[in-house]
Ligand binder design. Sequence first.
Ligand code: ATP
Length: 311
Amino acid sequence: MSPARHTRTRVTVRVPAKVNLELVVGPARADGYHDLSTVFHAVGLYDEVTVTRAPQWSVQVRGPYADRVPTGPENLALAAAHRLAQACPGGEPVAISIDKEIPVAGGMAGGSADAAATLVACDLLWGMDAERDLLDAVAAGLGSDVNFALTGGTAIGSGRGERVAPVLGRGRYHWVFAVSDEGLSTGDVFAECDRLRAGEQIPAPEPSPVMMTALRSGEPAALAAAMSNDLQEAAFSLRPQLREVLAAGLEYGALGGVVSGSGPTVAFLVSGPEGALDLAVALTASGAAHDVKRAVGPVHGAHLVETPRVS
Ligand code: ATP
């Protein structure tokens, strides 16, 4: 352990949002979850999580979506800090401050991202130097997307999504996100997916060859054509106006679009930075989306920052 670790009183970790380039949903399991095959992709929309030594555990959230995030024990960042303290000796109370840019309940795994950032931040603050296997085990117990937020990049997720294997792809992709003003519950969207597929024979999920080929090519147009999401119809069923958002983005020049995870954020892939700006302006002017954000991907998973956005 380096002496520097012992002297830290505060650590800030930046963590990206995710979009699912592909989401294949298998049959419902006995435990209520679904086996998935997904291609996660980390994009440059970031939350920053700062942990500071404190007399008692607490969490506060700031940013445009702060009022939608719980600040009690159900906050995933607080849950993450508690779990790591239980798993490793030396975990003492921290005050957690989340500077939130990732939309809440938007299908971009913001809560999971905060949990992953908190694990990395507490590990550094407490000087634990925890093995990656331990962080992964704690992450898997917190939620299906937490492991990917630790990893970042582009990766295949299996199991409930918690088993993550990096994909060696090429390319840097430009994204525009149409954000809704009201979230969708992940549980509700899976339940609707089950309802829509009732009676169908659902095969075991696996990555599609067309997606793997597209990622190897690094071609945005190939990736746009390969994107798919088995939860998209369920999200449309619960929020019919999302069909119009998707149609608007395609009409305004996106190469492709897909509902991100369980939605309601719609992710549009464009050809480059100019295309991203044009699409963002058009979507904003049309009023099709409550908020419009741009980002590039892939980016790194949860990582230390020396200069936080807000100190
Ligand atoms: P996913 O794509 O992983 O299913 P999501 O992006 O749709 O998730 P989140 O932003 O993770 O949704 O939020 C889901 C719910 O989790 C929110 O409604 C919120 O009440 C709760 N939550 C708990 N902790 C947090 C947190 N730190 N940040 C955001 N939401 C949190």
